[in-house]
Design a protein around this ligand. Sequence first.
Ligand code: PEP
Ligand code: CO
Length: 441
Amino acid sequence: MATWTPTTWQEKITSQQPIYVDVDALGASVEQLSTLPPLVSSWEIETLKKQLADAANGKRFLLQAGDCAERFADCTPERITGQLKVLLQMSLVLVHSTKRRVIRVGRLAGQYAKPRSSNDETIDGVTLPSYRGDLVNDIEFSEIARKPNPNRLLRGFERSAMTINFVRALIDGGFADLHHPEYWDLGFVKHSPRASEYQNIVASIAESLRFMETLAGESVGAINRVEFFTSHEGLHLHYEQAQTRQVPRRDGWYNLSCHFPWIGARTTDLDGGHVEFFRGITNPIGIKIGTHEVDIEKLLDALHPTNEPGRLTLIHRYGADKVGDALPKLIEAVQSTGKQVLFVCDPMHGNTSKTDSGIKTRSFDAILSELEQSIDIHQNNNSTLGGVHVEVCGQNVTECTGGARGLDEAGLGDSYETLVDPRLNYEQSIELAMLVGQKLG
Ligand code: PEP
Ligand code: CO
Protein backbone atom coordinates (compact mmCIF):
# COMPACT_ATOMS: atom_id res chain seq x y z
CA MET A 1 0.00 0.00 0.00
CA ALA A 2 1.32 3.44 -0.90
CA THR A 3 2.43 5.63 1.98
CA TRP A 4 -0.17 7.89 3.45
CA THR A 5 0.01 11.34 4.99
CA PRO A 6 -2.79 13.85 5.68
CA THR A 7 -1.94 15.49 2.34
CA THR A 8 -1.64 12.52 -0.04
CA TRP A 9 -5.27 13.09 -1.06
CA GLN A 10 -3.99 16.15 -2.93
CA GLU A 11 -2.40 13.84 -5.50
CA LYS A 12 -5.83 12.43 -6.40
CA ILE A 13 -8.75 13.83 -8.30
CA THR A 14 -10.96 15.20 -5.57
CA SER A 15 -14.54 16.13 -6.29
CA GLN A 16 -16.74 18.67 -4.51
CA GLN A 17 -13.91 21.02 -3.54
CA PRO A 18 -14.36 24.78 -3.86
CA ILE A 19 -12.13 26.66 -6.24
CA TYR A 20 -10.20 29.27 -4.31
CA VAL A 21 -8.78 32.06 -6.39
CA ASP A 22 -6.36 33.17 -3.70
CA VAL A 23 -4.30 30.03 -3.10
CA ASP A 24 -1.99 31.78 -0.65
CA ALA A 25 -4.91 32.82 1.51
CA LEU A 26 -6.12 29.19 1.52
CA GLY A 27 -2.63 28.06 2.54
CA ALA A 28 -2.54 30.59 5.37
CA SER A 29 -5.93 29.46 6.72
CA VAL A 30 -4.95 25.79 6.57
CA GLU A 31 -1.65 26.58 8.27
CA GLN A 32 -3.39 28.37 11.09
CA LEU A 33 -6.00 25.62 11.48
CA SER A 34 -3.18 23.12 11.79
CA THR A 35 -1.82 24.87 14.86
CA LEU A 36 -5.09 25.36 16.74
CA PRO A 37 -6.03 22.90 19.50
CA PRO A 38 -8.27 20.02 18.46
CA LEU A 39 -12.01 19.83 19.08
CA VAL A 40 -12.12 16.25 20.32
CA SER A 41 -9.64 13.77 21.81
CA SER A 42 -8.38 10.39 20.69
CA TRP A 43 -9.77 8.86 23.92
CA GLU A 44 -13.26 9.92 23.03
CA ILE A 45 -12.81 8.67 19.49
CA GLU A 46 -11.69 5.25 20.71
CA THR A 47 -14.61 5.12 23.17
CA LEU A 48 -17.02 5.79 20.34
CA LYS A 49 -15.36 3.15 18.17
CA LYS A 50 -15.95 0.52 20.88
CA GLN A 51 -19.56 1.57 21.20
CA LEU A 52 -20.08 1.36 17.45
CA ALA A 53 -18.62 -2.14 17.53
CA ASP A 54 -21.30 -3.00 20.12
CA ALA A 55 -23.96 -1.54 17.85
CA ALA A 56 -22.75 -3.75 14.99
CA ASN A 57 -23.32 -6.69 17.34
CA GLY A 58 -26.83 -5.56 18.22
CA LYS A 59 -25.89 -4.49 21.74
CA ARG A 60 -26.31 -0.76 21.21
CA PHE A 61 -28.17 1.43 18.77
CA LEU A 62 -26.82 4.50 16.97
CA LEU A 63 -28.83 7.68 16.71
CA GLN A 64 -27.07 10.13 14.40
CA ALA A 65 -29.05 13.30 13.88
CA GLY A 66 -28.88 17.02 13.31
CA ASP A 67 -28.93 19.66 10.63
CA CYS A 68 -28.41 19.01 6.96
CA ALA A 69 -26.27 22.14 6.87
CA GLU A 70 -25.45 24.04 10.03
CA ARG A 71 -25.49 27.79 9.53
CA PHE A 72 -23.03 30.16 11.14
CA ALA A 73 -26.03 32.24 12.22
CA ASP A 74 -27.39 29.29 14.19
CA CYS A 75 -24.42 29.19 16.53
CA THR A 76 -26.64 30.51 19.34
CA PRO A 77 -27.52 29.03 22.74
CA GLU A 78 -31.17 28.55 21.73
CA ARG A 79 -30.37 26.63 18.57
CA ILE A 80 -27.69 24.46 20.13
CA THR A 81 -29.90 23.65 23.12
CA GLY A 82 -32.75 22.85 20.74
CA GLN A 83 -30.63 20.38 18.76
CA LEU A 84 -29.31 18.76 21.92
CA LYS A 85 -32.80 18.42 23.35
CA VAL A 86 -34.32 16.81 20.30
CA LEU A 87 -31.46 14.32 20.17
CA LEU A 88 -31.73 13.51 23.85
CA GLN A 89 -35.47 13.06 23.63
CA MET A 90 -35.29 10.86 20.54
CA SER A 91 -32.64 8.76 22.24
CA LEU A 92 -34.73 8.44 25.37
CA VAL A 93 -37.63 7.12 23.34
CA LEU A 94 -35.32 4.67 21.54
CA VAL A 95 -33.72 3.44 24.78
CA HIS A 96 -37.17 2.80 26.13
CA SER A 97 -38.41 0.79 23.18
CA THR A 98 -35.25 -0.99 22.01
CA LYS A 99 -33.99 -1.75 25.55
CA ARG A 100 -30.58 -1.05 24.10
CA ARG A 101 -28.14 1.68 25.04
CA VAL A 102 -28.26 4.41 22.47
CA ILE A 103 -25.14 6.12 21.11
CA ARG A 104 -25.89 9.79 20.49
CA VAL A 105 -24.01 11.39 17.62
CA GLY A 106 -24.89 14.90 16.45
CA ARG A 107 -24.57 16.22 12.93
CA LEU A 108 -23.30 19.16 14.87
CA ALA A 109 -20.27 21.36 15.59
CA GLY A 110 -18.84 21.22 12.08
CA GLN A 111 -21.56 20.20 9.58
CA TYR A 112 -20.72 23.26 7.51
CA ALA A 113 -19.64 21.93 4.09
CA LYS A 114 -22.10 20.69 1.46
CA PRO A 115 -21.75 18.70 -1.76
CA ARG A 116 -23.65 20.19 -4.71
CA SER A 117 -24.85 18.71 -7.96
CA SER A 118 -23.47 21.61 -9.94
CA ASN A 119 -20.49 23.95 -9.51
CA ASP A 120 -22.59 26.94 -10.56
CA GLU A 121 -26.05 28.30 -10.18
CA THR A 122 -27.76 30.52 -12.73
CA ILE A 123 -30.53 32.93 -11.79
CA ASP A 124 -31.99 35.39 -14.33
CA GLY A 125 -29.04 34.91 -16.63
CA VAL A 126 -26.44 35.50 -13.90
CA THR A 127 -24.13 32.56 -13.15
CA LEU A 128 -22.30 32.37 -9.83
CA PRO A 129 -20.60 29.58 -7.86
CA SER A 130 -23.06 27.30 -6.02
CA TYR A 131 -23.48 27.65 -2.28
CA ARG A 132 -21.25 24.95 -0.70
CA GLY A 133 -22.01 25.49 2.95
CA ASP A 134 -21.07 28.29 5.33
CA LEU A 135 -17.55 26.87 5.59
CA VAL A 136 -17.02 27.91 1.97
CA ASN A 137 -19.30 30.79 0.97
CA ASP A 138 -22.57 32.55 1.73
CA ILE A 139 -26.00 31.57 0.40
CA GLU A 140 -26.83 35.12 -0.72
CA PHE A 141 -26.81 35.32 -4.51
CA SER A 142 -24.17 37.96 -5.12
CA GLU A 143 -20.68 37.77 -6.52
CA ILE A 144 -18.96 38.67 -3.29
CA ALA A 145 -21.08 36.33 -1.14
CA ARG A 146 -20.67 33.32 -3.40
CA LYS A 147 -16.92 33.65 -3.85
CA PRO A 148 -15.25 30.85 -1.83
CA ASN A 149 -13.49 32.57 1.06
CA PRO A 150 -10.73 30.65 2.91
CA ASN A 151 -11.20 32.81 5.98
CA ARG A 152 -14.47 30.96 6.52
CA LEU A 153 -12.51 27.80 7.38
CA LEU A 154 -11.34 29.54 10.54
CA ARG A 155 -14.73 31.06 11.27
CA GLY A 156 -16.34 27.62 10.92
CA PHE A 157 -13.74 26.00 13.10
CA GLU A 158 -14.30 28.59 15.82
CA ARG A 159 -18.06 28.09 15.73
CA SER A 160 -17.56 24.35 15.93
CA ALA A 161 -15.42 24.91 19.01
CA MET A 162 -18.03 27.19 20.59
CA THR A 163 -20.76 24.69 19.84
CA ILE A 164 -18.94 21.72 21.27
CA ASN A 165 -17.89 23.76 24.28
CA PHE A 166 -21.48 24.69 25.03
CA VAL A 167 -22.72 21.12 24.53
CA ARG A 168 -20.05 19.80 26.89
CA ALA A 169 -20.91 22.46 29.48
CA LEU A 170 -24.61 21.63 29.29
CA ILE A 171 -23.96 17.92 29.68
CA ASP A 172 -21.43 18.34 32.51
CA GLY A 173 -23.70 20.78 34.25
CA GLY A 174 -26.46 18.18 34.49
CA PHE A 175 -28.67 19.28 31.59
CA ALA A 176 -28.64 15.72 30.33
CA ASP A 177 -29.08 14.08 33.73
CA LEU A 178 -31.39 11.14 33.17
CA HIS A 179 -33.09 11.85 36.48
CA HIS A 180 -34.53 15.01 35.07
CA PRO A 181 -35.62 14.42 31.49
CA GLU A 182 -38.43 16.87 32.17
CA TYR A 183 -35.80 19.62 31.79
CA TRP A 184 -35.44 18.62 28.16
CA ASP A 185 -39.00 19.46 27.30
CA LEU A 186 -39.48 21.94 24.54
CA GLY A 187 -42.55 24.05 25.02
CA PHE A 188 -44.65 22.83 22.16
CA VAL A 189 -44.37 19.11 22.96
CA LYS A 190 -47.35 19.83 25.19
CA HIS A 191 -49.48 20.51 22.15
CA SER A 192 -48.39 17.47 20.19
CA PRO A 193 -50.97 14.78 19.54
CA ARG A 194 -48.40 12.39 20.99
CA ALA A 195 -47.56 14.39 24.11
CA SER A 196 -49.02 11.94 26.59
CA GLU A 197 -47.24 8.98 25.00
CA TYR A 198 -43.94 10.85 25.38
CA GLN A 199 -44.69 11.83 28.99
CA ASN A 200 -45.40 8.17 29.80
CA ILE A 201 -42.04 7.14 28.41
CA VAL A 202 -40.29 9.82 30.45
CA ALA A 203 -42.11 8.76 33.60
CA SER A 204 -41.29 5.12 33.04
CA ILE A 205 -37.58 5.84 32.57
CA ALA A 206 -37.47 7.93 35.75
CA GLU A 207 -39.25 5.09 37.55
CA SER A 208 -36.75 2.48 36.28
CA LEU A 209 -33.85 4.64 37.43
CA ARG A 210 -35.34 5.01 40.89
CA PHE A 211 -35.94 1.26 41.03
CA MET A 212 -32.33 0.46 40.12
CA GLU A 213 -31.05 2.98 42.62
CA THR A 214 -33.20 1.51 45.34
CA LEU A 215 -31.71 -1.89 44.57
CA ALA A 216 -28.17 -0.56 44.43
CA GLY A 217 -28.66 1.68 47.46
CA GLU A 218 -26.97 4.60 45.71
CA SER A 219 -27.19 6.64 42.58
CA VAL A 220 -26.20 4.76 39.45
CA GLY A 221 -23.22 6.89 38.52
CA ALA A 222 -22.42 5.67 35.05
CA ILE A 223 -25.91 6.11 33.70
CA ASN A 224 -26.66 9.43 35.35
CA ARG A 225 -25.18 11.34 32.48
CA VAL A 226 -25.37 10.74 28.81
CA GLU A 227 -22.45 10.76 26.40
CA PHE A 228 -22.52 12.80 23.24
CA PHE A 229 -20.38 12.63 20.11
CA THR A 230 -20.01 14.83 17.05
CA SER A 231 -19.95 14.08 13.34
CA HIS A 232 -19.97 15.81 9.99
CA GLU A 233 -19.43 14.99 6.35
CA GLY A 234 -15.67 14.97 5.80
CA LEU A 235 -16.05 16.80 2.55
CA HIS A 236 -13.69 19.77 2.57
CA LEU A 237 -10.39 17.98 2.69
CA HIS A 238 -8.14 20.97 3.38
CA TYR A 239 -10.19 21.55 6.52
CA GLU A 240 -10.10 17.88 7.56
CA GLN A 241 -6.40 17.58 6.81
CA ALA A 242 -5.56 20.52 9.06
CA GLN A 243 -7.09 18.84 12.10
CA THR A 244 -5.53 15.44 11.46
CA ARG A 245 -2.77 14.73 13.95
CA GLN A 246 -0.65 12.11 15.61
CA VAL A 247 -1.15 11.91 19.36
CA PRO A 248 1.26 10.76 22.07
CA ARG A 249 1.27 7.07 22.95
CA ARG A 250 -1.04 6.01 20.17
CA ASP A 251 -0.44 4.75 16.68
CA GLY A 252 -1.96 6.29 13.63
CA TRP A 253 -3.49 9.60 12.70
CA TYR A 254 -6.65 11.01 14.22
CA ASN A 255 -8.95 13.50 12.58
CA LEU A 256 -9.67 15.61 15.65
CA SER A 257 -12.28 17.89 14.04
CA CYS A 258 -15.03 15.49 15.18
CA HIS A 259 -15.41 11.97 16.48
CA PHE A 260 -17.12 10.40 13.50
CA PRO A 261 -16.61 11.85 10.02
CA TRP A 262 -18.41 10.30 7.07
CA ILE A 263 -17.90 10.14 3.31
CA GLY A 264 -20.88 11.48 1.40
CA ALA A 265 -22.63 9.50 -1.32
CA ARG A 266 -21.09 11.67 -4.05
CA THR A 267 -17.49 11.20 -2.98
CA THR A 268 -16.99 7.44 -2.71
CA ASP A 269 -14.88 7.18 -5.87
CA LEU A 270 -12.23 4.52 -5.18
CA ASP A 271 -9.48 6.55 -6.83
CA GLY A 272 -10.67 9.88 -5.47
CA GLY A 273 -9.27 12.13 -2.79
CA HIS A 274 -11.88 11.30 -0.16
CA VAL A 275 -11.24 7.57 -0.08
CA GLU A 276 -7.51 8.33 -0.03
CA PHE A 277 -7.88 10.70 2.93
CA PHE A 278 -10.21 8.48 4.93
CA ARG A 279 -8.13 5.35 4.52
CA GLY A 280 -5.40 6.91 6.63
CA ILE A 281 -7.37 8.18 9.60
CA THR A 282 -7.94 6.07 12.67
CA ASN A 283 -11.42 7.38 13.55
CA PRO A 284 -14.51 5.29 13.11
CA ILE A 285 -15.91 6.39 9.75
CA GLY A 286 -19.21 6.27 7.93
CA ILE A 287 -19.86 5.86 4.21
CA LYS A 288 -23.15 6.88 2.62
CA ILE A 289 -24.34 4.29 0.15
CA GLY A 290 -26.99 5.29 -2.37
CA THR A 291 -28.04 4.15 -5.78
CA HIS A 292 -24.75 5.09 -7.47
CA GLU A 293 -22.34 2.32 -8.49
CA VAL A 294 -19.99 1.20 -5.71
CA ASP A 295 -17.74 -1.80 -5.56
CA ILE A 296 -18.28 -2.77 -1.92
CA GLU A 297 -15.47 -5.27 -1.83
CA LYS A 298 -12.91 -2.76 -3.08
CA LEU A 299 -14.29 -0.03 -0.86
CA LEU A 300 -13.91 -2.27 2.19
CA ASP A 301 -10.43 -3.29 1.03
CA ALA A 302 -9.45 0.37 1.01
CA LEU A 303 -11.26 1.61 4.11
CA HIS A 304 -11.76 -1.44 6.30
CA PRO A 305 -8.73 -3.61 5.51
CA THR A 306 -8.21 -5.13 8.97
CA ASN A 307 -11.89 -5.57 9.89
CA GLU A 308 -11.28 -3.59 13.07
CA PRO A 309 -14.44 -3.64 15.24
CA GLY A 310 -16.33 -0.36 15.11
CA ARG A 311 -14.24 1.11 12.31
CA LEU A 312 -16.78 1.11 9.51
CA THR A 313 -20.40 2.14 9.31
CA LEU A 314 -22.38 1.89 6.09
CA ILE A 315 -25.18 4.43 6.03
CA HIS A 316 -27.61 3.30 3.34
CA ARG A 317 -29.96 5.87 1.79
CA TYR A 318 -31.82 4.38 -1.13
CA GLY A 319 -35.34 5.82 -0.87
CA ALA A 320 -38.54 4.05 0.12
CA ASP A 321 -39.20 2.83 -3.41
CA LYS A 322 -35.70 1.45 -4.03
CA VAL A 323 -34.60 0.02 -0.71
CA GLY A 324 -36.43 -3.26 -1.25
CA ASP A 325 -34.37 -4.00 -4.31
CA ALA A 326 -31.03 -2.45 -3.34
CA LEU A 327 -30.54 -3.29 0.33
CA PRO A 328 -30.52 -7.11 0.10
CA LYS A 329 -27.78 -6.76 -2.53
CA LEU A 330 -25.73 -4.49 -0.29
CA ILE A 331 -26.07 -6.87 2.65
CA GLU A 332 -25.03 -9.78 0.49
CA ALA A 333 -22.04 -7.90 -0.92
CA VAL A 334 -20.84 -7.10 2.59
CA GLN A 335 -21.47 -10.62 3.87
CA SER A 336 -19.43 -12.09 1.05
CA THR A 337 -16.37 -10.12 2.21
CA GLY A 338 -16.59 -11.81 5.62
CA LYS A 339 -16.11 -8.43 7.28
CA GLN A 340 -18.29 -6.86 9.91
CA VAL A 341 -19.75 -3.38 9.49
CA LEU A 342 -22.42 -1.40 11.30
CA PHE A 343 -25.48 -0.84 9.10
CA VAL A 344 -27.37 2.40 9.58
CA CYS A 345 -30.32 3.71 7.56
CA ASP A 346 -30.52 7.33 6.42
CA PRO A 347 -34.17 7.57 5.32
CA MET A 348 -33.85 11.23 4.31
CA HIS A 349 -31.63 11.57 1.26
CA GLY A 350 -33.34 9.02 -0.97
CA ASN A 351 -36.73 10.54 -0.29
CA THR A 352 -36.33 14.14 -1.38
CA SER A 353 -38.94 15.48 -3.78
CA LYS A 354 -40.11 18.83 -5.11
CA THR A 355 -43.60 20.23 -4.79
CA ASP A 356 -45.34 21.64 -7.86
CA SER A 357 -44.23 25.08 -6.78
CA GLY A 358 -40.61 23.90 -6.59
CA ILE A 359 -40.11 23.54 -2.83
CA LYS A 360 -37.76 20.75 -1.76
CA THR A 361 -39.51 18.48 0.71
CA ARG A 362 -39.71 14.94 2.09
CA SER A 363 -42.74 13.06 3.27
CA PHE A 364 -42.86 11.65 6.77
CA ASP A 365 -44.50 8.49 5.44
CA ALA A 366 -41.72 7.82 2.92
CA ILE A 367 -39.10 8.37 5.63
CA LEU A 368 -40.86 5.99 8.01
CA SER A 369 -41.42 3.47 5.25
CA GLU A 370 -37.74 3.29 4.31
CA LEU A 371 -36.84 2.75 7.96
CA GLU A 372 -39.44 0.06 8.49
CA GLN A 373 -38.51 -1.76 5.31
CA SER A 374 -34.85 -1.58 6.28
CA ILE A 375 -35.50 -3.14 9.68
CA ASP A 376 -37.35 -6.04 8.03
CA ILE A 377 -34.82 -6.53 5.24
CA HIS A 378 -31.93 -6.76 7.68
CA GLN A 379 -33.86 -9.20 9.81
CA ASN A 380 -34.71 -11.38 6.82
CA ASN A 381 -31.12 -11.39 5.60
CA ASN A 382 -29.36 -12.45 8.76
CA SER A 383 -28.22 -8.91 9.45
CA THR A 384 -29.07 -6.08 11.87
CA LEU A 385 -30.05 -2.49 11.41
CA GLY A 386 -27.90 -0.89 14.09
CA GLY A 387 -28.89 2.73 13.83
CA VAL A 388 -30.64 5.63 12.12
CA HIS A 389 -29.24 8.78 10.55
CA VAL A 390 -31.72 11.64 10.25
CA GLU A 391 -31.88 15.36 9.54
CA VAL A 392 -33.80 17.06 12.31
CA CYS A 393 -34.33 20.48 13.77
CA GLY A 394 -35.21 21.26 17.39
CA GLN A 395 -37.41 24.10 16.19
CA ASN A 396 -40.91 23.95 14.80
CA VAL A 397 -39.87 24.30 11.16
CA THR A 398 -42.13 23.24 8.29
CA GLU A 399 -39.89 21.47 5.78
CA CYS A 400 -41.14 17.85 5.63
CA THR A 401 -44.80 16.99 5.03
CA GLY A 402 -46.88 14.60 7.16
CA GLY A 403 -46.57 13.45 10.74
CA ALA A 404 -49.26 13.33 13.40
CA ARG A 405 -50.23 16.94 12.80
CA GLY A 406 -50.61 16.29 9.07
CA LEU A 407 -48.46 19.12 7.74
CA ASP A 408 -49.40 19.55 4.08
CA GLU A 409 -47.68 21.20 1.14
CA ALA A 410 -49.54 24.43 1.69
CA GLY A 411 -48.06 24.60 5.21
CA LEU A 412 -44.46 24.30 4.05
CA GLY A 413 -44.16 28.04 3.60
CA ASP A 414 -44.87 28.83 7.27
CA SER A 415 -41.40 28.27 8.61
CA TYR A 416 -39.14 26.91 5.92
CA GLU A 417 -35.54 27.67 6.91
CA THR A 418 -33.17 25.04 5.67
CA LEU A 419 -30.41 26.13 3.33
CA VAL A 420 -30.10 22.72 1.72
CA ASP A 421 -32.26 19.71 2.66
CA PRO A 422 -35.64 19.60 4.46
CA ARG A 423 -35.47 18.43 8.08
CA LEU A 424 -37.99 16.79 10.36
CA ASN A 425 -39.22 19.31 12.89
CA TYR A 426 -39.23 18.71 16.60
CA GLU A 427 -42.55 16.89 16.80
CA GLN A 428 -41.97 14.84 13.66
CA SER A 429 -38.59 13.76 15.04
CA ILE A 430 -39.99 12.51 18.33
CA GLU A 431 -42.84 10.82 16.51
CA LEU A 432 -40.42 9.06 14.17
CA ALA A 433 -38.40 7.83 17.14
CA MET A 434 -41.59 6.47 18.70
CA LEU A 435 -42.73 4.65 15.59
CA VAL A 436 -39.29 3.24 14.78
CA GLY A 437 -38.90 2.29 18.42
CA GLN A 438 -42.16 0.34 18.32
CA LYS A 439 -40.98 -1.53 15.25
CA LEU A 440 -37.60 -2.30 16.80
CA GLY A 441 -38.93 -3.13 20.27
C1 PEP B 1 -26.12 14.81 3.68
O1 PEP B 1 -25.97 13.94 4.54
O2 PEP B 1 -26.54 15.96 3.91
C2 PEP B 1 -25.86 14.43 2.26
C3 PEP B 1 -25.53 15.32 1.34
O3 PEP B 1 -26.06 13.12 2.06
P1 PEP B 1 -25.64 12.15 0.87
O4 PEP B 1 -24.16 12.20 0.81
O5 PEP B 1 -26.17 10.84 1.37
O6 PEP B 1 -26.33 12.64 -0.35
CO1 CO C 1 -28.77 16.59 3.72
